[in-house]
Design a protein around this ligand. Structure first.
Ligand SMILES: [Zn+2]
Ligand SMILES: [Zn+2]
Length: 325
């Protein structure tokens, strides 16, 4: 059970980390049993999440964690934003947190400046889903560590709840985790940590709700995982104009590297504020060349493939040209 095993992690970690890291059965217990408990707890959750539990790589971390990653945002703890349960072994506390990848920001900006940026983004995250302030606290968290990564987790913390081991219950934890995942999904559907002005610029003059849907659609379309899955089952040929990079440009790379785009057709229009989104692979997608892709987004109905096809003139031009030869 998740709560019981997280409590065990918090209470036994200090003792266990005094032992050798390599071959530690305790480390295996965290990586496998706790991750498995978390997956079980998510069995009814309605969208894909990657789950990972870690006690460090190559050596004991000061703060072990259990992370929940939406593949539309990130596949790893080093970047993006995600839900994480952080363990403070000194205080035997378990902290459920809406947090951010620290490593990527440290690499780009250094630790000091990186932490400022993480703090600013944490504030932006909290402001983008303000209704969750009634469930979770914006107060800073304490991980009782001076190491670089934990300091980054403290800076990147947007929202959360700190629980003492002794107070943790299975039902309480799963209710809090569920609420936090709803928050995560709401945040994703509102643009995540993308600044408003960037979203507006990309969506070019749409209203707030439309802008958010557009940004979410783009996020889905750009997800490497979605792209790979779609191209596994749909041929790498533009479904609108028939452009075939292999035939027409001699492209001979792997299929997921094709210069074609993945277009998400399922309208997100039906989703009202706060509702979560889902997509089906491959039904909700089209494979389009970049030009057809751009044009379908400019049309009134970005799901209307037949409408787009009926507007294409250059094929006619090509057949006319072949007549003249
Ligand atoms: Zn095309
Ligand atoms: Zn598209």
């Amino acid at each position: 059970m998740l709560a019981a095993n997280l409590s065990r992690l918090a209470t036994e970690y200090t003792y266990e980390r005094a032992k050798q890291f390599t071959g530690s059965t305790f480390a295996d217990f965290v990586r496998h049993d706790i991750a498995m408990d978390a997956k079980m707890a998510l069995s009814l959750w309605h969208f894909d999440l990657n789950v990972k539990a870690s006690v460090g790589q190559g050596g004991w971390a000061s703060v072990p964690w259990l992370g929940f990653f939406d593949p539309l945002v990130t596949e790893t703890a080093t970047q993006g934003f995600y839900v994480v349960i952080l363990i403070n072994p000194d205080e035997q506390a378990i902290i459920l947190s809406m947090n951010q990848g620290t490593t990527a920001i440290y690499h780009e900006f250094g630790q000091l400046r990186g932490r400022e940026i993480l703090k600013r983004r944490a504030k932006d995250i909290a402001d983008r889903v303000p209704e969750f302030k009634k469930h979770f606290s914006e107060d800073p968290i304490n991980l009782s560590s001076t190491a670089g990564l934990p300091a980054g987790y403290e800076a990147g913390h947007a929202f959360g709840k700190t629980m003492q081991c002794g107070d943790l219950t299975e039902t309480g934890l799963s209710a809090d985790l569920y609420q936090m995942l709803v928050l995560y999904e709401t945040l994703v559907s509102r643009g995540g940590t993308t600044p408003s002005e960037v979203m507006q610029e990309e969506a070019a003059g749409k209203d707030v709700e439309e802008t958010r849907r557009y940004i979410l659609s783009r996020r889905i379309e750009r997800s490497p995982r979605v792209r790979k899955q779609v191209l596994k089952v749909r041929p790498a040929i533009c479904e609108s104009c028939g452009l075939d990079p292999k035939r027409d440009y001699g492209f001979d790379g792997p299929v997921h590297k094709t210069p074609l785009d993945i277009h998400h057709t399922a309208p997100l229009f039906g989703l009202s504020e706060g509702e979560t989104r889902r997509y089906k692979i491959p039904n909700d997608f089209l494979v389009l060349c970049p030009t057809c892709h751009r044009m379908i987004h400019k049309s009134d109905n970005p799901s209307d493939l037949e409408g787009l096809k009926s507007k294409i003139r250059f094929k006619i031009a090509r057949s006319v040209a072949s007549h003249l030869l």
